[in-house]
Design a protein around this ligand. Structure first.
Ligand code: ADP
Ligand code: MG
Length: 319
């Protein structure tokens, strides 16, 4: 199968590749065309996933397709954006039709769930990797940036933390699959749900936000730096799932929740008077700390003592 046949058959033919909505022209020309309304800004983010680094190789191509788009789209959630579409630059060692159809099916399932359209890409031969660029829109000036946290704000997260990190020992073959807990954790790793609706609900309310990809401590460090503030996290308030605690015990669960990556839950700062209405509306928000004057991230024990932590999350070029 040639390059163009491959693109046509597996990607241009996918349901998510149909033009419509803000996509005026999709796959097939030199560029796609996106329509933006007056008073809106375009949000753009790109992510590369490399086999053996960002996902196990080999792995289930259907799950990989879903996860690749989920982790990329999560950046739109972190900005409070409404999804438009994405491009896919795919590098493949071989054109395996079974692999391609499952990968495209997984991609299409996540795209449908997130209202994302596939608008173009590139297809090349080489070691398996993929780069997805996602496009969204926000009302001008309303994007949730990292730099607006104010001393006195609450620090919040949009769900439980650490489940995906808890799945890693299973994926690496260090722990057995087959238990109910393992299934829940694996689902969090392979099927993260970009918190798009929560991000949009936080526009005009949160003072800063991001999606947690590298671990809570590391990502809170990004907000602290960008905003020029200190973020105090109360360890006892960290939301961890029952499944994770049953799987590895509370101490290890807290460790995964603090330093493990791959959660794709939103972390954000919020004036405290905004919280009751958001909770009443049913958003799964947990207040885990406060913004203070100073810099960096501080972890506090139940008695208020500062806890020192070694691991800061994943960094490709550290060490
Ligand atoms: P060009 O040479 O002009 O860059 P290509 O031959 O690479 O164009 O691609 C032809 C068309 O197919 C373009 O519209 C491109 O965006 C699209 N395309 C290529 N690869 C993919 C892919 N993996 N997924 C979706 N669209 C793709
Ligand atoms: Mg090309």
């Amino acid at each position: 199968m040639g390059e163009f046949e491959l693109i046509r058959h597996y990607f241009a033919a996918a349901a998510c590749a149909r033009a419509g909505g803000d996509v005026v022209l999709g796959i097939g020309d030199d560029c796609a065309l996106l329509a933006l309304s007056a008073g809106e800004q375009l949000t753009v983010s790109t992510d590369t996933l490399v086999a053996g680094v960002h996902f196990p190789d080999p792995c289930d191509p259907y799950l990989l397709g879903q996860r690749a788009l989920a982790v990329s789209t999560s950046d739109l959630a972190g900005m409070g954006a409404t999804p438009i579409g994405f491009t896919l630059a795919l590098t493949l060692p071989t054109a395996d039709s079974g692999w391609l159809s499952e990968f495209a099916r997984g991609l299409d399932a996540m795209a449908t769930g997130c209202a994302m359209r596939l608008i173009g890409g590139d297809t090349t031969r080489g070691p398996l990797s993929m780069t997805l660029t996602v496009f969204g829109r926000v009302p001008a000036g309303e994007a949730l940036v990292r730099s607006g946290a104010q001393p006195g704000d609450l620090l919040c997260v949009g769900g439980t933390l650490g489940d995906a990190a808890g799945a890693l020992p299973i994926i690496l073959g260090e722990r057995k699959q087959g238990t109910a807990e393992a299934a829940i954790l694996l689902r969090h790793y392979w099927l993260p749900q970009p918190q798009l609706a929560l991000g949009q609900a936080l526009r005009g309310k949160a003072t800063s936000a991001l999606d947690i990809s590298d671990g809570l401590l590391a990502d809170c460090g990004h907000i602290a730096t960008a905003s020029g503030v200190l973020l105090c996290i109360e360890q006892e308030k960290l939301p961890v799932s029952d499944a994770l605690v049953r799987f590895c015990g509370r101490n290890q669960a807290l460790q995964y929740g603090l330093a493990g990556g791959d959660d794709y839950v939103l972390a954000f700062t919020l004036p405290s008077d905004e919280l009751p209405a958001l909770l009443a509306a049913g958003w799964p928000i947990h207040a885990i700390g406060r913004v203070a004057t100073g810099d960096g991230v501080q972890l506090l024990a139940a008695d208020g003592r500062a806890i020192t932590f070694a691991s800061q999350g994943y960094n490709h070029f550290s060490g």
